[in-house]
Every structure is written in C-alpha cells, then in structure tokens.
Design a protein around this ligand. Structure first.
Ligand code: GDP
Length: 297
C-alpha cells in the first residue's frame, strides 16, 4: 500500500542500521543495548528518544524474556508506539470546523491544503479555503489553483492585505454558504517570531469571536526530507503556536522517516497526516502501528 511504498527509502535505511543487531541478537545485555541505542539514533529518531526507548526495553527485559530478534522487534515497536502521541485523529465535529495551517515556505503547505480539501470534497463536504498568506501573491494564486482542482471555495484578498481580514471574510462566506470546514493558509515566517505570534494571535481572536466553540486544529507542515531541521522547526513553532498536530510531507523522498518518532515522541505533538507524493490523493492519515510496521518490518 501507499504508506509502505512511501516509506520504502526509510525502511531500507532503518533495516540497514538494524541489520547487525538483528542478525546477532540473543539477549539483552550492555552490548546489545548499546547496539540498539546506536541503531535507533542512526534511524533519525533522535538521541533523547533513542536513549529513553532503550531504557524502556531494558526495564521490560527484567520481567519478560527477550531472546530472539523477533521478540526484540516486537518489544521495540510497542515501546515506540507507547512513546508516540496517541491522538492522531483530526477533531472537526462542528460546522464549520477550522483548520489553521502553518509552516515555512516550500515545505508543502499549499499542496497539503489542496489534498485535505480534495478529501473532504470527495466525502461530500463543502470546503472553504482562506488565503491568509498575503505576504506573497504567488501563495494565493497557488491556493486558487488547488481550490479549483479540489472543488473548494476560496476567499482571497490582494497581496499585503491583513491576514486577519481574510480570515474574517472567509468565516462570513463559510457561514453564508454552509461550509463544513474552513482551511486557513498562513504565512510561516519563522525568522520573525514576534510578527508571526502577533499575526496568529489576531487570527485566533477573530475565530474565537466569530465562531465561538468551533472545533479547531492548528497543524504545522514539516518537510521530512530536511531531517533534523524539521525537528528544530517543530520545536520553534511549538513555542509560538498551540499546535494540535503535524503534517509531515515528502516521506516518499527521504530515508529520514524516523523523524516521525522524534517529533511525535520527543515533542508530544502528534503527527496526524503524512504526505507520500505530489498527487492529490497522496496524503494519508497517520497510523502509529502501520508506520512502525513499515519502519521495522
Ligand atoms: P509551500 O510553499 O509550503 O506551499 O509548498 P508547496 O505546496 O508549493 O510544495 C512545494 C513542493 O513540494 C511542490 O513541488 C510539491 O509538489 C512538493 N510536495 C508537497 N508535498 C509532497 C509530498 O508529500 N511528496 C513529494 N514527493 N512532494 C511533495
């Protein structure tokens, strides 16, 4: 299936890191634990998460026999699954619900919004896109192309206009048309944290005022091919916005898919959606066990 295909490069890389320990493993001891930790670090799940996972495996070994590679693999999957944030679903049970999408340029934000819109339209829902990245005219143009492709409505203003005004108008339009979900594209200028915080704060207040009690998601889009840099971005954005989830794109183009674990376990923000290609259908719900099965087959 798609997630397996999308993770192929990661799976191959992780298998290689684990090939030594998996071919010689007979018991949990200082040597095998060290080997395990090293394999985990080299699989891009991050040093902190790797150390914690290794410790947990050691604890489990005190009351459970782990004496085959298969047993080790099973325990490791359980440990990693437990460490990752469990809440991987989107919660959108009001009409309209609001998805605020943030992330720096080039990570796949517009594409992901288009894919989400297309999915909801296919489910028979009415989708309103809000082009609140007014910093670049090209951003709204791109979003408009995706709106047409997906069959969604869109509200946009001119370049340089107030993002909060775009959001205000989108909410009014969504109410008038009976939209089920509003997806807001924002400018993610991380190098200007105070501005970004002010802008997101203002958008937040408009949504709270115009749609009190609405179900909301704030999703950060990260490019998996950037590896550790994506983890840093997640940490930085997590300080300026109340993230409810991550969209990790371009998993198909990287061997560094292990960063899913680094983000979900290390940051405590769940990865909710993953991009595995450029096509309109190439965005999947994230499922921990499916992912770990592909990661450690
Ligand atoms: P934005 O600047 O964040 O809005 O980024 P775009 O949505 O324009 O995407 C940047 C590039 O990444 C485009 O060429 C997309 O086709 C590509 N892209 C986005 N998501 C994925 C994905 O999951 N896999 C692959 N292979 N490419 C993707």
């Amino acid at each position: 299936d798609k997630i397996k295909q999308g993770l192929k490069r990661t799976t191959d890389a992780v298998s290689e890191q684990f090939s030594d320990i998996m071919s010689t493993f007979v018991k949990i001891d200082a040597d095998s634990l060290e080997q395990l930790e090293e394999a985990l670090i080299l699989s891009d799940i991050g040093a902190t998460v790797a150390a914690e996972a290794t410790e947990k495996v050691e604890d489990i070994a005190k009351h459970q026999r782990i004496d085959t590679p298969l047993a080790l693999r099973c325990v490791l999957k359980d440990v990693l699954s437990d460490m990752m944030d469990h809440d991987t679903e989107l919660h959108l049970d009001t009409k309209p619900a609001v998805i605020l999408v943030i992330g720096v340029n080039g990570v796949g934000k517009t594409t992901s919004i288009g894919k989400i819109a297309s999915r909801y339209v296919a489910e028979g829902k009415k989708v309103m896109l809000s082009a609140a990245d007014t910093f670049r005219a090209a951003a709204a143009d791109q979003l408009e192309i995706w709106a047409k492709r997906a069959g969604a409505d869109i509200v946009r203003h001119g370049e340089g206009s107030d993002p909060a005004a775009v959001v205000f108008d989108s909410i009014a339009a969504a109410k008038a048309r009976g939209s089920d979900v509003i997806i807001i594209d924002t400018a993610g200028r991380l190098h200007n944290k105070q501005n970004l915080m002010n802008e997101l704060g203002k958008i937040d207040r408009i949504i709270d005022r115009e749609l009190p009690g609405a179900a909301r998601e704030t999703l950060l889009v990260l490019d998996a091919t950037t590896g550790q840099n994506a983890v840093y971005q997640a940490e930085s954005f997590n300080k300026v916005a109340k993230l409810t989830g991550i969209i990790l794109t371009k998993l198909d183009g990287t061997a560094k898919g292990g960063i899913v674990v680094a983000i979900s376990a290390g940051l405590g923000v769940p990865v909710k959606l993953v991009g595995v290609g450029e096509g309109i259908d190439d965005l999947m719900d994230f499922n921990r066990s499916e992912f770990l099965e592909a990661l450690l087959p």
